[in-house]
Design a protein around this ligand. Structure first.
Ligand SMILES: [Zn+2]
Length: 187
C-alpha cells in the first residue's frame, strides 16, 4: 500500500469513529418526507414546550427509523389522511441504544393529541407491552431526557403517551411506563 492510500484509509477510519461516537445522530435532513412539499408540520416557539412524551413503536425491534418514516408519510398511516408531512416523533431510540434526531423541536408533530403543541416526542423501538426495554435503550433515554432538560430554561415534565391522551393507549408499554415516574420525583 502506498503512503497516500494509507493516509486516506486513516482519515476514513477517523471520520467513521467520529460518526459512531456521536451520541445523537441527526437524520432530519435525510429521512423521507411527504411528496407534497406544501404538506409540512405547523411551527411553534420552544417556549411553548413543557413536556417530554415517551412512546414505543409497539412493533418489532428490527424496524428501522426509515421504515417508520415511510409508514407515517404513506397513505396507510391512520393519523393523517393521505399521509403525514414526515415522521411523527422528534427523537427515536433503537434497540442498540442509538439516538436519532428525526424532527426539529419547532415542529408540532402529531404524536400525542391533545398535547402536540407542548410536547417533545421520544419513541423507543419495540413493543414494551410484550418485551422489556434493554439497558442500552434505557441509558440512551436517560441521557436524552437529561440533555433536553439541560437545554431548556423552563422545567419539562416527563410522561407517557398513555397520560397525554387520558389513557387511550398503553403506549409506551407496561414494561417501560413505570420507569418514567423517577423523572418527576419531588425534590
Ligand atoms: Zn405513543
Amino acid at each position: 500500500m502506498n503512503k497516500i492510500a494509507l493516509y486516506i484509509l486513516i482519515f476514513l477510519i477517523v471520520i467513521y469513529l467520529l460518526i459512531m461516537s456521536q451520541k445523537i445522530i441527526d437524520l432530519r435532513a435525510v429521512l423521507p418526507v411527504h411528496a407534497n412539499q406544501k404538506r409540512v408540520f405547523p411551527k411553534r416557539k420552544l417556549a411553548q414546550i413543557d413536556t417530554i412524551i415517551v412512546h414505543h413503536t409497539a412493533g418489532p425491534t428490527t424496524q428501522t427509523v426509515r421504515q417508520i418514516a415511510q409508514y407515517h408519510i404513506g397513505s396507510s398511516s391512520h393519523v393523517c389522511q393521505g399521509g403525514c408531512p414526515g415522521i411523527l416523533y422528534h427523537y427515536m431510540i433503537n434497540r442498540a441504544g442509538k439516538i436519532y434526531w428525526v424532527n426539529s423541536l419547532e415542529n408540532v408533530v402529531y404524536h400525542a393529541t391533545p398535547m402536540n403543541t407542548r410536547g417533545i416526542g421520544i419513541c423507543l423501538i419495540g413493543n414494551f407491552d410484550k418485551i422489556e426495554p434493554n439497558q442500552v435503550q434505557l441509558d440512551a433515554l436517560d441521557y436524552l431526557i437529561k440533555k433536553t432538560r439541560k437545554d431548556f430554561s423552563q422545567p419539562l415534565r416527563v410522561i407517557g403517551h398513555h397520560d397525554a391522551c387520558g389513557g387511550c393507549k398503553t403506549c409506551p408499554g407496561a414494561n417501560l411506563y413505570p420507569i418514567l415516574s423517577k423523572y418527576n420525583a419531588q425534590a
